[in-house]
Design a protein around this ligand. Structure first.
Ligand code: ADP
Ligand code: MG
Length: 475
């Protein structure tokens, strides 16, 4: 069985403390410890702490390398080429793509994109991450273009589950598009990394208990389902050396409670025997997504009160028993979502180790979501920006700084535009992430002259549209 990388090696940069730039050892420079003065009555001095090794000092930053669909190169070869390239360059690390170097034939032929991930946690706290502070952890992957494989139930009407081979083309960019300013995404990633590591190292579950069940709950439209899928995709990339194959099974709980109840028991059995098959292959990492688990609890309750066929209780119970069985497999992660925040009466959800509340976006998240929409509209030419050549807007943090500092006259028009964007974000309070992502479209549709619209006018209309949308939210 291949060795799993240690948790710190994997890609959880937050697990390592960042050295204070003043205290940090430069490569090739040893730490110097001064001896404390020792008086006659002083107790013997404690032994000096061992000098930190360089690798411990470094911050691990994930570098994701997407292979072209046509590439047949070995992942190891590409990884080495990228590592060599990164060693040669003295760059600072910030999240986002870096150009594929034209002078490296292996990379030019095989690589579609190189992206730095997760450095933003550090960058926000410490301004810049310089190359010597960083140990890049390179993940090479190729996207599956197969699309979901739908399993139809016998009546041919309702799919009881969808299956994707991960990493899938459809989920590309989803993780990055989800914006939370509470560190939620990093927390989920670290949680899953620890859970997989504990399992891999054979930690005795009677002594230390943990499980691989995640529950995301919160109001509709806050990105829970998307986040589950994006998390599965991310983990499939980050753990590809341990688990070369990954699948995501999305169980359609609603379809299991179709009016063809007599079929449902069979569906559950069929579904889980398929999942069990996948799980038996130890190089497979299987994600099972059960969306809106509250529908299971509701069905059970309704059955108990007699308003639903009693078959449904059997289906729910069958499902829960199967989930419980599945939990003991080391290579399964169960992802669940719920739109209700009140306690859900379902045993396995109760035992979820990570229960994260996913709320409506904060001001910062709203600004960032709208900013990403605006950049996309500029990129695609829906909006035209004659005054400014680049489609860039400052991040929320740097806008805050700019607003607090002296403005040079040339920068004033751009800053005004950013202030408008901020005003739009402020006006959107209470809207879900889903509504926010629709807002630019609704705004465009509301424009009297939608051709070649300028960002300023567009933002003005957006604030108007927002007010209308907010007034239509039911209490
Ligand atoms: N925090 C967020 N950041 C960016 N986009 C979001 C956010 N929350 C929701 N969205 C958008 O809303 C869409 C729908 O979210 P979804 O995952 O269906 O939400 P839920 O499952 O919570 O109802 C997402 O695909 C995404 O485009
Ligand atoms: Mg959902």
């Amino acid at each position: 069985m291949p060795e799993l990388m240690s948790a710190t090696e994997m890609s959880a940069p937050m697990d390592i403390s960042v050295p204070n730039p003043g205290e940090c050892n430069l490569p090739g420079q040893d730490a110097v410890f001064s001896e404390p003065p020792v008086g006659p009555s002083a107790p013997p001095p404690p032994p000096p702490p061992p000098p930190p090794s360089l690798s411990e000092d470094k911050i691990l930053v994930s570098v994701e390398v997407l292979l072209k669909p046509s590439s047949t190169a070995r992942a190891d070869d590409v990884r080495s080429a990228v590592e060599r390239m990164l060693e040669k360059r003295s760059m600072s690390y910030t999240d986002g793509p870096i150009p594929v170097p034209m002078d490296d034939a292996v990379l030019v032929d095989n690589v579609e994109r190189i992206c730095i991930c997760d450095s933003d946690v550090w960058v926000e706290k410490h301004d810049v991450l310089l190359f010597w502070q960083v140990k890049p952890v390179v993940h090479v992957f190729q996207l599956s273009e197969e699309g979901p494989c739908e399993e139809l139930s016998n009546d041919g009407q309702l799919a009881s589950f969808n299956e994707w081979i991960l990493p899938a083309k459809e989920f590309d960019g989803m993780w990055e598009s989800l914006i939370y300013d509470s560190g939620l995404k990093q927390r989920l990633l670290r949680y899953a990394a620890s859970a997989l590591l504990f399992t891999e190292k054979g930690v005795n579950p009677f002594l230390v208990s943990w499980n691989r069940i995640v529950l995301l709950h919160g109001p509709p439209g806050t990105g829970k389902t998307s986040l589950c899928k994006a998390l599965a995709q991310k983990l499939s990339i980050r753990f590809s050396s341990r688990y070369p194959q990954c699948q995501l099974i999305e169980v359609n709980a609603h379809s299991l409670f179709s009016k063809w109840f007599s079929e449902s028991g069979k569906l559950v059995a069929k579904l889980f025997s398929k999942i069990q098959e996948m799980v038996e292959e130890e190089n497979n990492l299987v994600f099972v997504l059960i969306d809106e688990v509250e529908s299971l609890a509701a069905a059970r309750k309704a059955a108990l009160s007699g308003s639903e066929p009693s078959d449904s209780i059997r289906v729910v119970n069958a499902l829960l028993t199967q989930m419980d069985k599945l939990k003991s497999s080391p290579n399964v992660i169960i992802l669940t979502t719920s739109n209700i925040t009140a306690a859900i009466d379902i045993a396995f959800v109760d035992r979820a180790d990570i229960k994260a509340y996913v709320g409506p976006p904060t001001l910062q998240a709203r600004y960032e979501i709208l900013r990403s929409c605006l950049v996309e509209l500029l990129r695609s030419g829906i909006l035209s920006d004659s005054e400014f050549q680049d489609c860039d807007f400052p991040s929320f943090t740097s806008l805050r700084e700019q607003l607090n500092s002296l403005v040079i006259p040339e920068a004033a028009p751009r800053l005004n535009l950013c202030k408008q964007l901020l005003a739009a974000a402020e006006a959107c309070e209470g809207l879900s992430g889903r509504s926010l992502r629709k807002l630019p479209f609704l705004t465009h549709a509301a424009l009297a002259n939608p051709f070649g619209c300028e960002p300023g006018k567009f933002l003005h209309k957006m604030i108007e549209t927002t007010r209308r949308e907010c007034s239509e939210i039911p209490d």
